[in-house]
Design a protein around this ligand. Structure first.
Ligand code: ZN
Ligand code: ZN
Ligand code: ZN
Length: 423
């Protein structure tokens, strides 16, 4: 967004809140990833502006996300997008709704009239989120029928084809289908994927800060990993460090020692770390709404047989995949870049998962870095590059960085050395 546009509409440039990320810039010279919407566009859908014509950039940015959702709906000939609590709702409205048995549902209509249906007792939280600045807020009382409120929100729209949030609970979808017989339903991700898959400059900055925070945690791991301690004890200390280093939430802590390392998603448990163990530490948290996710390998004392050679191959594979990242290259090609190196080194059969997953408001989101995903990478896409080698009964290893596609390559957000660290 150019500075002249801000001056023209007199909006406040200095936003404390991160959700301003979409289409709104962090500072001079930043570039928005979406087409610019001027004040006229913002007014076009007829939302009564809160208070006055001066709306905050935060509200303007949310309006633009909703405008983009409208464009995606129209392009797919869909009448409305129905979204429950979760990352899509946060992205569209800034509202961090609780996942409750009481229905919360955002109705985004192709004609630009949007409603957030909330339980009456959640209304204060919904109002505090600022969502009411960009959508109508409708609450339903404890004994009322929430689906009647949804039908009301669809009133006047020739609603026949709906996109419904992928994570909406089945019980709510079944009730919606009963309330709207004859409607056609498609996955909401058809719409929301396109809104989230390319991160804006401010979102990339948030991912960068989250990555720096998790790097600081990994830098502390050698002081926590000691023979005689259990995985769970080490994991608790790591969880505390994740918060101490700036995350608001701990998303997961995997401490997989010795043979446990051969299970990529091992549940941190009672095993006592011993000399000669290889240990996989895969950790992540949420910082200002955006996720970190980073894996490094540690060796207690001396490495087990064959470990050093495999780790050298793994480092080469991970570097090859990171080096392959640039606009126009397919996600599948990045996966292949890692896999080819490990196959050539004889470890192909032991690399048992895809190379990576997108990351943002959620730990795992589009794009997935996997064979068969022929979607070309675009600037702003963010994902993990995390090949691994797993030898059942012996040990495992994985190296994981978050990488963002730039205009001419990729930027690794996690920067710690990738060699196995001996403790
Ligand atoms: Zn994973
Ligand atoms: Zn991970
Ligand atoms: Zn990951």
């Amino acid at each position: 967004m150019g500075g002249e546009e801000h001056e023209a509409c007199g909006r406040d440039l200095h936003l404390p809140h991160l959700l301003a990320s979409d289409s709104v810039v962090a500072g001079e010279g930043s570039v928005a990833a979406t087409p610019r919407q001027g004040p006229v566009d913002i007014l076009r859908y007829g939302r009564p502006l809160p208070g006055s014509l001066r709306i905050s950039l935060l509200e303007a940015s949310r309006m633009t996300i909703l405008d983009r959702a409208v464009a995606e709906l129209r392009a797919r000939d869909l009448d409305a997008l129905l979204v429950g609590p979760g990352a899509d709702l946060r992205h569209l409205t800034g509202y961090h709704a609780l996942p409750l048995e009481r229905l919360t549902l955002l109705v985004v209509r192709a004609d630009g009239r949007h409603t957030l249906v909330v339980p009456a007792l959640e209304r204060p939280r919904a109002e505090a989120s600022g969502a009411a600045g960009v959508v109508d807020l409708v609450d339903w009382g404890e004994t009322a029928d929430p689906f009647a409120a949804v039908l009301g929100a669809l009133d006047g729209s020739p609603a026949r084809r709906f996109a419904v949030g992928d994570r909406l609970w089945a019980t709510f979808l079944l009730s919606l289908q009963e309330a709207l017989p004859g409607a056609a339903w498609v996955r909401g991700s058809q719409v929301t994927r396109e809104l989230r898959i390319r991160k804006t400059a401010a979102e990339v900055d948030a991912l960068r800060r989250a990555a720096a925070a998790i790097d600081r945690v990994h830098a502390r791991v050698p002081g926590l990993l000691a023979p005689g301690r259990t995985e769970a004890e080490i994991g608790r200390d790591i969880a505390a460090a994740i918060v101490e280093e700036g995350h608001q939430e701990v998303n997961f802590v995997i401490v997989a020692s010795g043979p446990n390392g051969a299970s990529p998603h091992h549940e941190t448990g009672d095993r006592v770390v011993a000399r000669g163990d290889a240990v996989v530490v895969d950790i992540g948290g949420t910082l200002d709404g955006y996720c970190s996710d980073c894996t490094r390998d540690y060796v207690v004392g001396s490495a087990p047989d064959g470990y050093a050679d495999a780790h050298a191959a793994l480092e080469a594979a991970q570097a090859a995949a990171c080096d392959a990242v640039r606009p126009g290259v397919t996600a599948a090609a990045v996966d292949a870049a890692a896999r080819d190196v490990l196959e050539a080194a004889g470890y192909g059969a032991h690399f048992v998962h895809r190379t990576g997953h997108g990351i943002g408001l959620e730990e795992h989101e589009d794009p997935y870095i996997v064979a068969g995903n022929d979607r070309p990478l675009e600037p702003g896409m963010a994902f993990s590059v995390e090949p691994g080698v797993y030898l059942p009964g012996r040990w495992g290893m994985r190296i994981e960085d978050i990488v963002v596609v730039t205009d001419d390559g990729g930027e690794r957000l996690d920067r710690l050395d990738r060699a196995a660290v001996t403790v």
